[in-house]
Design a protein around this ligand. Structure first.
Ligand code: PHE
Length: 343
């Protein structure tokens, strides 16, 4: 065979042997056979070069060096491969970096709700729950909102059609499913449910969704969240109401917050106030509050001469917007991960 043929044959045989071995000892044997310094076949091929025609030597030398490099590179690469932990059946390579999983997070409103429950818990308020589909007794009547009151206008409420109601109320006690029902417009419904079940002293909060046929804009939504608070005992005062709300806001917003009470009217509180917090150079209404109206205490069977109470209903979105400087309430409902990821 001519010297070039020898070099090529050597190279091919070496590369084939290297790729055929399956463990490190076998590879070492191949290395000794093909590239060993003392008796390896590489030396035999190199020896041929010395016998070749001097005119051919430069070309042969170049080709020999190429073969030598490719064999040495292949040996090194195969050695690294065999040093890696074995892949398991199915070709899964355990040494490859994993695909990162992005962890989900709680929605900012859920985070806010959790935090508010926590703060109110430290003030001694426990959490009460109520249904989102309500009857007129809990949403209106017991809250001193009589039949002819404008707040009961069908245009201002989401009344439900009978068929959907039957389905929604499956499993709900019969008392709640007779008569018209609607999506609750306020969490004040839960005040009634709690007082129907328990005797004073009462300290509860209830947080959840409420529904109103409002036009959506930057600060209004037809569905939003409220936190209701109720405290009833023998001598509950308006001063306690203001203190609890101020401490709640200061704790949630993590700085001392001044609040403003504006005289207002709610059928179920007397006196009633609107609660404002500073918003830039202005004030922002964050909810309503007041002393529980004696009519309401009587409606649930309490003695209004014995007990007094305060109640408040606050917009959870607005509190969260204030803390995080969010300027549009609609961001909460769009499920845009670029927004949600920031909380
Ligand atoms: N329920 C009232 C509203 O939604 C707020 C409120 C709650 C006012 C409790 C007074 C007492 O506007």
């Amino acid at each position: 065979m001519d010297p070039i043929g020898e070099i090529v044959a050597y190279e091919q045989a070496a590369l084939a042997a290297i790729s055929n071995v399956t463990d490190a000892p076998a590879l070492e044997a191949v290395r000794v056979e093909f590239a060993g310094r003392k008796h390896g076949r590489m030396r035999d091929v190199q020896a041929l070069l010395g016998k070749a025609d001097p005119a051919e030597r430069p070309l042969l030398g170049k080709r020999f060096n190429e073969a030598k490099t490719s064999v040495e590179t292949a040996l090194e690469a195969r050695q690294k491969e065999l040093a890696r932990p074995k892949s398991i059946a199915g070709g899964l390579d355990l040494t490859l970096p994993g695909t990162p999983l992005r962890l989900g997070k709680k929605h900012p409103l859920v985070q806010t709700i959790d935090e508010l429950k926590d703060i109110m818990g430290r003030f001694g308020f426990s959490v009460a729950e109520g249904p989102e589909i309500e009857d007129e007794w809990h949403n209106f009547e017991a809250l001193n909102i009589p039949e002819e009151h404008p707040a009961r206008d069908p245009l201002d409420n989401f009344y439900l059609a009978a068929a959907s109601v039957a389905a929604a109320n499956a499993g709900v006690p019969a008392s709640a499913s007779s008569g018209p029902v609607l999506l609750r417009t306020q969490t004040s419904t839960v005040q009634i449910r709690v007082m129907e079940q328990q005797q004073p002293p009462i300290r509860v909060v209830s947080l959840g969704r409420v529904y109103r046929p409002d036009t959506m804009d930057a600060s209004h939504s037809c569905m939003f969240h409220q936190m209701e608070g109720l405290m009833v005992d023998r001598s509950v005062t308006m001063a306690q109401l203001k203190t609890v709300i101020r401490m709640l806001f200061s704790s949630y917003l993590e700085h001392d917050v001044s609040i403003r009470f504006r005289p207002s009217f709610f059928p179920f509180t007397e006196p009633s106030v609107e609660v404002d917090i500073p918003w830039g150079d202005d004030w922002m209404e964050i909810g309503g509050a007041g002393m529980v109206d004696p009519h309401v205490l009587a409606a649930v069977g309490y003695n209004p001469d014995e007990f007094t109470g305060f109640a408040f209903g606050l917009g959870i979105e607005r509190l969260c917007m204030k803390r995080h400087a969010i300027t549009d309430i609609r961001r909460f409902y769009e499920n845009d991960v670029r927004f949600l990821r920031q909380f």
